[in-house]
Design a protein around this ligand. Structure first.
Ligand SMILES: C[S@@+](CC[C@H](N)C(=O)[O-])C[C@H]1O[C@@H](n2cnc3c(N)ncnc32)[C@H](O)[C@@H]1O
Length: 286
């Protein structure tokens, strides 16, 4: 499965195939163009669905789409990944020089394989049984576990880890508890690395925390289930990290050559207790 743009050749403009169902047609539409475009109202307004239903659909979509997702990732079918975001997250992790990494929402396991090839020990976990099975064929240790179970018992995972990495795997509205539980698995000098959709992709008129729906239309029907996902603003990301006791240490905006805007946001965060205070930081700059 290749992630073509559907109409003509050329790289996809936004990362991760942002599409939505804001017109309520159920068909979704692809976010592409030469600049972020103004959009209509966010999706949930017109549709009755409880938060619990939406979360259940989000989780179920990854089992339904596991085979298609594994094919796309392994065939390098998402240009923003092969041309920008894979290297960006690997660089962010390498910079930390970790010996042990936790790969959160590991999917089919590409990040674990890449890090293990460099001698880093990786534990990956994911709610999707099919994806954990796919990941388990390669290097790394993989566990089927969902974020709720981890929050109930953070010690369910081994640790501590020098780096906890969430690569496009934080998709829910309620994330503070998850971030806090993940922070609890960090070694004292450990860091959290989170890569996510750049909110610029939402467009100015839709720059808000809101549920959206990814239909994966660009893959020509290979993905049987649409995926609800929650978009959040920069301020909201910062608030979630802060609420979870994590201090933003570094913010990057990976880019693809030839594309004018960043394709993702990449945070490196430290447990608040370990992070230098603002006074320390400004003293260091002086
Ligand atoms: C976009 S994929 C990213 C996969 C992988 N990190 C990568 O870079 O290819 C999102 C992943 O998050 C996982 N995920 C989403 N919600 C989850 C939850 N509540 N508990 C565990 N895994 C979850 C999905 O199963 C899926 O594998």
């Amino acid at each position: 499965v290749r992630a073509g743009r559907g109409r003509g050749a050329g790289p996809r403009r936004y990362h991760e195939l942002v599409s939505d169902d804001s017109d309520g047609s159920g068909r979704g539409r692809e976010a592409e163009g030469t600049a972020p475009e103004p959009r209509g109202a966010p999706w949930p307004i017109a549709r009755e669905e409880t938060a619990a239903d939406r979360r259940a659909r989000l989780a179920a979509s990854w089992d339904a789409n596991a085979e298609a997702w594994t094919d796309v990732v392994r065939q390098g079918g998402i240009a923003s990944r092969t041309l920008a975001t894979n290297a960006a997250v690997l660089d962010a992790v390498r910079r930390l020089g970790p010996r042990r990494v936790l790969d959160v929402g590991c999917g089919e396991g590409w990040l674990a394989r890449a890090l293990e090839a460099e001698g880093v020990g990786v534990v990956g976990f994911d709610a999707s049984e099919a994806l954990v099975r796919a990941a388990s064929g390669g290097a790394g240790t993989f566990v089927r576990l969902d974020y709720d179970a981890l929050q109930r018992d953070p010690d369910i995972l081994p640790g501590p880890f020098d780096a906890v990495v969430c690569n496009f795997s934080i998709l829910d509205a309620e994330i503070v508890g998850l971030l806090r539980a993940l922070g609890a698995r960090l070694a004292p000098a450990g860091r959290m690395v989170v890569q996510t959709l750049h909110p610029l992709a939402l467009g100015a008129e839709r720059y808000a925390d809101a549920w959206h729906e990814e239909t994966f239309d660009a893959f020509g029907g290979a993905f049987p289930a649409p995926m609800p996902w929650y978009a959040r603003t920069l301020e909201s990301w910062w608030g979630a990290l802060d609420g979870a006791g994590l201090a933003l240490e570094r913010l990057e905006e990976p880019r693809m050559q030839g594309v004018a805007w960043p394709v993702s946001l990449l945070f490196t965060a430290a447990p608040l207790a370990a992070a230098p205070s603002r006074d320390d930081r400004s003293a260091r700059r002086r």
